[in-house]
Design a protein around this ligand. Structure first.
Ligand code: PMP
Length: 350
């Protein structure tokens, strides 16, 4: 080993889902939205001049902050934006999780949490989900340095009722509780409602799923102004210009079109509910999902094998290794046509 190697930070990175090349495939592996972004997004991008790229973007991304504040009925000083919710959550770990006590997140959850905790050297504990893949609220009422969980949870899709989210926030007034609502628009009730009552709550959402803009990389957090100020202080200590100009413009255009947003999320919800019936008929079982994916295990075919055989048929889903996960596939809810192609394959295969 070279001497300098001793000074290199060793991390086990997060592994994102595969982005296969080439056409003629059905991609149900990274929870992307099957529909295009709102029509106004294309217009906003078409109106941009390349000349405009000469200058730095607005470091406060004020236009986007204002749009989100108006849409969600909060103050502009309550909104923080970042490069996808991954960026927002990473900044939040740096900003809010500085206790010697362990932070808490579920054992089966978004696997990036563990990676950020290791990267930033934050101690953590992972309370187990119950036998139905539900978060047990009482596990989060012990001493801790902060809490984060997705709602609905990933990769299970299980939604924690708002009353139980509130019990966790209320029971932890001395730490920040982050609710990661990446999938909340597919039928969940947002914790944004609780913000008036709890200054220790931070709600994080993304444009990647319900607003169909994973490629643009826009995420945001809403919380009380003191939390948002602290997040911005950390952001400006790291990288002032996180949001590029096209993202700001496209983000503003997406927020404007509420009708399109409602229509496309309703379509995905309808397809998901139909998919539940079909998967059950085919011998799958799954916890009830309120997200744009279903976490399903087949009664006779092991998850890893089904994953490989689907891939050979150019149908991509996600498979995770690990106790309680191996048997399952996380299947993103695509368009009706994509789901029908999946069901046709499964009928034949099984
Ligand atoms: N939180 C959860 C629970 C997710 O599944 C994802 C998607 N990988 C993210 C956050 C991050 O999404 P993005 O950075 O695209 O906003």
């Amino acid at each position: 080993m070279r001497a300098w190697e001793a000074n290199i930070r060793r991390v086990v990175p997060y592994v994102p889902g595969e982005q296969p090349r080439g056409g003629n495939l059905i991609k149900l592996n990274t929870n992307e939205n099957p529909y295009p972004p709102a029509p106004g997004v294309a217009e906003a991008l078409a109106q941009m001049s390349v000349e405009g790229l000469r200058k730095y973007p607005d470091p406060t991304a004020h236009d986007l902050v204002r749009s989100l504040a108006e849409y969600y009925g909060v103050g502009e000083d309550q909104v923080f934006v970042g490069v996808g919710s991954d960026d927002v959550i990473a900044m939040s770990f740096l900003t809010f999780f500085n206790s010697e006590k362990p932070i808490l997140f579920p054992d089966i959850s978004y696997s990036f949490y563990k990676v950020w905790a290791d990267l930033f050297r934050i101690p953590y504990e992972t309370p187990a989900l119950d036998e139905n893949f539900c978060i047990r609220g009482e596990d989060y009422l012990r001493e801790n340095g902060g809490i984060i969980f997705p709602n609905p949870n990933a990769p299970t899709g299980v939604l924690l009722p708002l009353s139980e989210v509130e019990a966790i926030v209320r029971g932890n007034p001395d730490v920040i509780v982050i609710v990661d609502e990446a999938y909340i628009d597919f039928g969940g009730v947002s914790a944004l409602k609780l913000l008036e009552r709890y200054e220790n709550l931070l709600v994080v959402q993304t444009f990647s799923k319900s607003r169909s803009m994973a490629g643009m990389r826009i995420g945001f957090a809403i919380g009380n102004p003191r939390l948002i100020r602290a997040l911005n202080d950390v952001k400006y200590s790291y990288n002032s210009y996180t949001m590029n100009l096209p993202s700001i413009r496209a983000g503003v255009a997406a927020v404007k079109d509420e009708a399109y947003f409602k229509k496309t999320t309703a379509k995905i919800i309808a397809t998901r509910e139909r998919a539940k019936g079909k998967l059950r008929e085919l011998g799958f079982s799954f916890p009830d999902s309120k997200a744009n994916f279903i976490f399903a295990a087949h009664e006779s075919v092991p998850g890893a094998q089904l994953f490989e055989d689907l891939k050979k048929a150019r149908i991509y889903v996600r498979h995770f290794n690990g106790p309680r996960l191996d048997d399952y596939l996380r299947i993103t809810v695509g368009s009706d046509e994509e789901m029908d192609a999946l069901f046709a394959f499964l009928e034949e295969y099984l």
